[in-house]
Design a protein. Sequence first.
Length: 341
Amino acid sequence: MRDALSADHSMSKLFPTIVGHARVKSMLARAAQGTPSHSYLFFGPEGVGKMLMALAFVRAMLCPKALDGCQCPSCRLVEAGTHPDLRVLSLGNESIKLEEARRLRESSVMSPLLSPYRINVIDQADRLTAEASASLLKLLEEPPPAVVNILVSARPDALPATIRSRCLEIPFGYLSRVDLVTHLETHGVGPSIHREAGAFPEPELLARIAGGRMGEALRWRETEAWKKRQQYLEISWEVAAGTPSFTQSDAILKEKDKRAAVDFLRILYCAWRDLSLWCVAPQVVINTDQSQHLAQIAPRRLPAVWASGCRRIEDVLGLATSPVNMSMLLPVLLFQLGGAC
């Protein structure tokens, strides 16, 4: 077992690049300084820092000083993605097939070259095919003594129960608004073009829009994404005013990117949520920069009607992440929402 850190390198100094998640940090700091489990499952909402935490944990386990990012040769190799004892499987939105899982198993039987452990990180582990899951299960059932596996997922229920049962589950929650605002203020909130144009969102507004997800805050602060938000909000207000048209949904669907439809539905949901709350609790609205639209449109319907629209949007949003064809669902939804006026 690795020696405990000195007082100068207390647990509070570990994982300095990770925002929030104090309980997770404390748990993983003890593991990095001692003997980690052979398999972990980091699960929680998208964009809250699960993968960042996984890589920080990796740095601490592979570092001779058990520190995250101390800039020793091991930490620099992890940063560069070239550490010989680390394999990261991250295929974006593609399925993780049998061949990748098999290569992972084959490399895991080799002894570590530079560090105490050989570590495998599988991002979006819920995208394992049935065959790949069966192959990975063999590694989890009989892990070599020096191997640590870290599975990361925003949809843990999609993982086979046999895999989950062999992992130490580490739950991640949403970040607090205070943590988001503090980080955005400390590290700068966006490119200079926003500031020059006077259109850059304030950290507080970004934190509200992000809904506890740092990944979302960082994404929406970018110029093009912020312009897209403005466009989607204009569509939302037109629908709320009772003037929906199929050209609105066509413009979104023509982007040929399902993420665009999901983004629009989330913005639409936030707009409807704000409309349902504006007349009763305006202090808790998300889109604080849209008070003029909210004040004009919200009184046109009862809060209960706006809330009913929220549920409709939520139902379609739940389907948007599945293989369903949005070309029919989205126009119908906008027609229903606009016609309820």
